[in-house]
Design a protein around this ligand. Structure first.
Ligand code: FES
Length: 100
């Protein structure tokens, strides 16, 4: 299986890596970058627990091939934090026991 070189920005940092065409964006984010805020729930694009922002739009990362991250800016729930202050979305997850 041929690996593809991709380059992208993840939570403000530029990364380059090789990915399999079968790997999902969610797998890459969680396993390679240890960012576990996005979770696999249904794995079918229904629950939204894997949501990240890619290219300024929310996407279900369980359905997005990692190769599509090439040239994109990706923000995970971890990337919303500014310094020590939580983003309002993060505060809402804490206040309402959100799983992300
Ligand atoms: Fe449910 Fe991705 S895991 S939408």
């Amino acid at each position: 299986m041929e690996m593809k070189a991709i380059k992208f920005v993840l939570n403000g940092e530029t990364h380059e890596c090789l990915v399999s065409p079968w790997r999902t964006l969610l797998e890459m984010i969680r396993e390679d970058f240890k960012l576990t805020g996005a979770k696999e729930g249904c794995g079918q694009g229904e629950c939204g627990s894997c949501t990240v922002i890619m290219g300024g739009k929310s996407v279900n990362s369980c359905l997005v091939p990692a190769v599509e991250a090439n040239g994109q800016e990706i923000i995970t729930i971890e990337g919303l934090k500014k310094g020590e202050e939580l983003h309002p979305i993060q505060e809402a997850f804490v206040a309402h026991s959100g799983m992300q």
